[in-house]
Design a protein around this ligand. Structure first.
Ligand code: AKG
Length: 320
């Protein structure tokens, strides 16, 4: 309990008392019972599945990422790489790079126990986004993940879409793993406002935005930083920049776990989540991947060998 009370977000304490933070409810005991899983998802907005994945396969994926980080000079090579002790001064690279040509990671995320779980849960053949998000969190208090719903980044396909957050190593409380805001999936105000936004929409009729985007499209290039700053985007994606402020507004506790390699945390598109600070001397690595029934429509931003992601091909104008 002590460690839970010590969580911080950008250096500020997240818990003044035991009522502010808590532990995720485990669902490994009901993982073979689809009806119970759906009832739990409706109740909690998430399913915490300790030990779902194969430990050897997860370890192989961790080692592959640590080797890549070592090549970038970010891991202390005087210790076994698998420990992931941070070496300051190295590069951390773009997160997508860690997923490319990485069969060990693909096996963990898109084969075996993960896929079998989703087939049971969703009740049919499943598919996943081709794009895989990868997070490398160095020690420090500058870049915890800001609170957000995933739907604002990937809401153009089926609403029956789920995220797996997969720690690729043990992530104790003080390493800043994923945190979920209790009951945030039931917050009607958020569902009717923030949840209806889409980070890649812009106001066509403002600041010559339509012309800027059209020019970039014709020239088949992405928007420059200067162009981006001249456009009013419909949303920046995060609900708030500060997890403590978000909780004060919405209520509920921030929930998390003493995550172990092989665990998976599944959550809905309308579950507010963030991360706390990494206050260890090791690098936190994790991925987040998305799953749905193969028969349902997919958000085109995340499909294909070179997915549009948030680039020019994903932008949609609207009259504001
Ligand atoms: O790992 C993190 O810090 C953030 C992950 C995330 O935002 C997600 O799983 O959607």
């Amino acid at each position: 309990m002590g460690a839970l009370l010590d969580l911080t977000f950008r250096g500020n304490p997240m818990a003044g008392s035991v009522n502010d933070t808590g532990e995720l409810r485990r669902s490994d005991d009901i993982q073979h019972d689809p009806a119970a899983l759906h009832a739990r998802m409706a109740d909690d907005g998430y399913l915490y599945l300790p030990g779902l994945l194969d430990p050897e396969e997860s370890l192989a994926a961790r080692l592959e990422v640590m080797k890549r980080l070592a090549r970038l000079g970010s891991v202390d090579e005087t210790l076994p790489l698998i420990e992931g002790k941070y070496k300051p001064g190295g590069g951390l690279s773009a997160m997508f790079d860690f997923t490319l040509d990485n069969p060990a990671l693909m096996k963990v995320l898109y084969d075996g126990p993960m896929i079998r779980f989703y087939e049971r849960f969703l009740g049919g053949p499943v598919t996943h986004f081709d794009y895989t998000w990868f997070r490398v969190k160095a020690p420090g208090t500058t870049s915890p993940t800001q609170p957000h719903y995933d739907v604002v980044y990937m809401g153009r396909g089926t609403p029956n879409l789920y995220t797996s957050w997969t720690p690729l190593g043990d992530v104790p409380f003080e390493m800043g793993g994923l945190i979920i805001l209790e009951n945030s999936h039931r917050c009607e105000r958020l569902r009717h406002t923030y949840a209806r936004t889409d980070v890649d929409r812009y106001c066509e009729n403002e600041n010559k935005a339509g012309r800027i985007v059209e020019t970039a499209r014709i020239q088949k290039r992405d928007l420059t930083g200067e162009e981006q700053s001249r456009i009013r985007w419909n949303s920046t994606g995060s609900y708030a920049s500060d997890a403590i402020q978000a909780r004060n507004e919405i209520g509920g506790r921030w929930l998390t776990a003493d995550y172990k390699l092989g665990d998976v945390l599944v959550f809905s598109m309308h579950t507010l989540h963030a991360s706390s600070d990494n206050r260890t001397n090791r690098i936190r690595i994790s991925s987040d991947s998305r799953y749905q029934l193969a028969s349902e429509p997919q958000d085109e931003r995340w499909i294909g060998t070179r997915p549009p992601a948030h680039g020019i091909r994903a932008k949609q104008g609207m009259i504001c």
